[in-house]
Design a protein around this ligand. Structure first.
Ligand code: IMP
Ligand code: MG
Length: 178
């Protein structure tokens, strides 16, 4: 196992905040006739993005969370996705917006959207801060913050083995050569 260190900053704090503000304005407009919005944050990664987004929204909304199994300490996907913590309320007939930190393969979001669609929401959309811009992404992203190359990134909620989540910017994680 090599060790890791913080690499170059990919998205600066100001850029993040401006983009979150712009996404909030867009959501305000799109949901002006669909209040209240039922926002689902995906733990743990989305909690910082969602904290900022939620406070920038003027549209009436409530926030709930779900937790899904993650990659754990490894950077490679285990494949299986499962629900670790579910919503407290039913979502049928409600306007649901899923807020996720990052989409890589899209497996996590795809799995989640299938489950949520089966619960008959009035509408179901996704808001993703960072998209790794895979060629054949199978999930729809309605609101996207940034598209980045296929590197491991940390900060602004994103972690590597629970580290770096609280950085106010997003940086690349680099492997230190032995
Ligand atoms: P996917 O199922 O391959 O789309 O992976 C999505 C999940 O993997 C995200 O919700 C993150 O928890 C995690 N993940 C993927 N890429 C990164 C990264 O670069 N940094 C931190 N977490 C990531
Ligand atoms: Mg996540």
């Amino acid at each position: 196992m090599g060790s890791y260190h913080l690499g170059q900053t990919l998205i600066h704090e100001d850029t993040l905040q401006e983009r979150v503000q712009a996404i909030a304005r867009q959501i305000d407009q799109d949901y002006s006739d669909k209040e209240p919005v039922f926002i689902i944050g995906i733990l743990k990664g989305a909690f910082i993005f969602l904290a900022d987004l939620s406070r920038k929204l003027t549209v009436r909304h409530s926030v709930d969370f779900m937790a899904l199994s993650s990659y754990g300490d490894s950077m490679s996907p285990s494949g299986a996705v499962r629900i670790i913590m579910d919503l407290r309320e039913p979502i049928d007939g409600r306007h649901v917006l899923v807020v996720e930190d990052i989409v890589d393969s899209g497996n996590t979001l795809d799995y989640l959207l299938n489950i949520l669609a089966g619960r008959n929401p009035a509408s179901l959309r996704t808001c993703v801060l960072v998209n790794k811009d895979r060629e054949h992404l199978k999930v729809p992203i309605n609101y996207q913050g940034f598209s980045i190359p296929d590197v491991w990134v940390v900060g602004y909620g994103l972690d590597y083995a629970e580290r770096y989540r609280t950085l106010p910017y997003i940086a690349e994680l680099e492997r230190r050569s032995p």
